[in-house]
Ligand binder design. Sequence first.
Ligand code: B12
Length: 337
Amino acid sequence: ESSSFRAIRATSLPRCQNARFGQLLHNQAMDSAQAPAITVAAVARRLGVSPATLRTWDRRYGVGPSEHNAGAHRRYSPDDLAALERMQALIRAGVSTADAARAVLSGAGLAAVAPLATPKVPSRPGGGAVISVAGAIPSARGLARAAMCLDGRACVDLITDSLRERGAVWTWDEILIPVLTGLGQRWNDTGGSIETEHLVSESVKQAFGAYTYELIRGERSERVVLLASAPDEPHTLPLWALAAALAERRVVSVQLGSRLPVHSFTSAIKRTGPAAVFVWSQTDETGHLDLLEAIPDTRRPPLVLVGGPGWDPHAAEGHWVGDLSSAVTRLVRAVVG
Ligand code: B12
């Protein structure tokens, strides 16, 4: 028994908690005996990314725990953590995830990979307390302000009012794109405001979701449109904008959400016989066109469209659409013929 464990055991706890808590502390003491070792959850918290992202960085790019300890629990050493922090700094500087990983593994510094970085818009000193929405309309500035105050109700109200007055395409293009782009920029500049990103994302889902449901409840549609994000893709917001814009045209869509595995695409298509399928990919790592080969042969094959910065528009020619409005036009045509 380690001395820290003995010291902790001496503290008085109600008996029922003592046994469970004692076990927990014993586990922690065992950890420190094998130190230095940091859990996935602790590394994720430290870097502000999800454990799933860490697993992807390990699996796909080989930047992960250098040793797997007995019991198959993944533990990171301080050196592993330092490598991940360097990788994240490079990503924040605009280097792609794959290049950042290569640089870290080869020991190269930022100077060596700087030419790979995308130019950064100059940030305010200290990152500023605002989301930059330069040139955007006043409603976008209003949403940005409400978001920075973490006023969720004001965010949902503002988006809902705009949807009712100006419709889904206008609201998305004029209000949401500037605010979301500004949020991404802020994250690049400061590495912070993730809570604001979450708040805006949840507000988009609530407002666009409720608006969509009101429009299509009771609507009967022989052939639907399937909406999903590519396998491993966590970003989904444009799908909500698309669902609302389609609903305004009385087209019913089925929202399948983020990270849809390939076999689920195949299964959903077989089961619903959709008129069209739209797949969103936000990040470079998820726009794999082999997904198109997973589209099953059906009597009436669906139109398959892809959108988002994760796809290569040339490679996806014929399938790729560049904005919400053209996606809506092509999807509606596929449904109504
Ligand atoms: C909201 C958001 C999130 C939300 C997603 C919520 C959700 N359910 O979707 C949350 C907070 C969960 C999130 C998480 C992460 N995110 Co994020 N996120 C964003 C943000 C702010 C908006 C994403 C979005 O909806 N974009 C859509 C529109 C607004 O942007 P766009 O695609 O560039 O638009 C262009 C075209 O696509 C087109 N277009 C626009 N709308 C539409 C609609 C249709 C239908 C079509 C066809 C075209 C089209 O027009 C634009 C001009 O060309 C972006 C910033 C940004 N600039 O996009 C970062 C961003 C995408 N995220 C990023 C990253 C790295 C992450 C994380 C991996 C790490 C992190 N930031 O913590 C995690 C993932 C964690 C995980 N779970 O695995 C990076 C991606 C970098 C890269 N290229 O790989 C970005 C760009 C931020 C940045 N500046 O670095 N994110």
